[in-house]
Design a protein around this ligand. Structure first.
Ligand code: PBG
Length: 349
């Protein structure tokens, strides 16, 4: 590096000496505009059900969800991501409820957009909240490979057709951003075509482009009640292998080519290298998802007094920005946005 200095003329500690000079030389800042708040919705009224493995997070009935979104909006959060907890009686093998225009997600989106039109609403496209087997797609017997995963396979092209319908009902309900999180091949192009065909060309697609088969999703599956459904199953035939980095660039390239407006890398902290590569290579708006397990880890340690929550949460989020994220999905969005309003991150000593 041509700007390499030599000690003692160069002393790195000079710029670090005072709070004002640390502030002045800071490379990245975190603001409420960087945050996307994932929220869980379930049936009922005035009902909030805490999620044991995600301290501080509850599933909310639609009326309380609307209140939460208003609070998020007031705190400066630009967008929320809504995840439904589907009543077990509505789950089926093929997850038909996903394409019902009056399902829980669609009702929630309508209520949120009516009460708070200025906040962006993001919805997942994937079947796992709706299927009895907890897979993101359609599970079909595979006669050619009866030895394989009990002779069943999550079929691709048939799933993509259902996902396209799911995207349409959500977009018609008022969802601003469709976020396919299923990792089927070709789904971004299919969803884009379906939206265009329905005159929904303004609806954006945020692709969970590099989504790994991660154990860090555990608490989320508790939250939406898909863990029991999935049982001993896993998602390794469609989600990415955690050992792969370059493969993420191929996944992203396909999604960009198929019409993704924004990209996501998920999970967050164990995949900062992937985030950096994706942002560098494509330059699209790129988000990191600090997933349920990451949130749970930090919270649990803080509850034991082993970590200082207020500091580790901000440090973890600024790490995403440093690695190239344009925004972060985090369950801590509301409290962080409020804290930043009182004391912006770039003014902390
Ligand atoms: C559904 C979906 C998952 C998450 C977001 N959308 C779980 C999964 O793929 O099994 C995980 C989010 C989190 O852990 O916070 N496809």
């Amino acid at each position: 590096m041509h700007f390499l200095g030599r000690f003692p003329r160069t002393r790195m500690r000079r710029d670090r000496r005072d709070a004002w000079s640390r502030r002045l030389t800071r490379e990245h800042v975190l603001t409420p505009s960087d945050l996307i708040w994932p929220l869980f919705v379930h049936e009922g009224e005035g009902l909030a059900t805490p999620i044991a493995s995600m301290p501080g997070v509850s599933r909310l009935s639609i009326d309380l969800l609307v209140e939460a979104v208003k609070e998020g909006h007031a705190a400066g959060i630009p967008a929320v991501a809504i995840f439904p907890v589907i009543d077990p009686s509505k789950k089926t093998n093929d997850g038909e409820e996903a394409t019902n225009p009056d399902n829980l997600v669609c009702r929630a989106v309508r209520a949120v957009k009516t009460a708070c039109p200025d906040i962006g609403v993001i919805c997942d496209v994937a079947l796992d909240p709706f299927t009895t087997h907890g897979q993101d797609g359609l599970l079909r017997p595979d006669d050619r490979a009866p030895w394989y995963a009990n002779g069943a396979y999550v079929v691709n092209d048939e799933t993509v057709e259902v996902l396209s319908q799911q995207a349409i009902v959500q977009a018609r309900a008022g969802c601003d951003v469709i976020a396919p999180s299923d990792m089927m091949d070709g789904r971004i192009g299919a969803v884009r075509d379906a939206l265009e065909h329905e005159g929904l060309s303004h609806v954006r697609i945020l692709s969970y482009a590099a989504k790994y088969a991660s154990a860090f999703y555990g608490p989320f599956r508790d939250a939406v009640g898909s863990k029991g459904n999935l049982g001993k199953g896993d998602k390794r035939t469609y989600q990415m292998d955690p050992s792969n980095g370059i493969e993420a660039l191929r996944e992203v390239a396909l999604d960009v080519e198929e019409g993704a407006d924004m990209l996501m890398v998920k999970p967050g902290m164990p995949y900062l290298d992937v985030l950096w590569r994706v942002k560098e290579a494509f330059g699209l708006p790129t988000f990191a998802y600090q997933v349920s397990g990451e949130y749970a880890m930090l919270k649990a340690s803080a509850e034991r007094g082993w970590l200082d929550w207020d500091r580790v949460i901000l440090e973890s989020l600024i790490g995403f920005k440093r690695a190239g994220a344009d925004g972060i999905l985090t369950y801590a969005a509301l409290e962080v946005a409020r804290a930043l309003r009182n004391e912006p991150h770039d003014s902390r000593p």
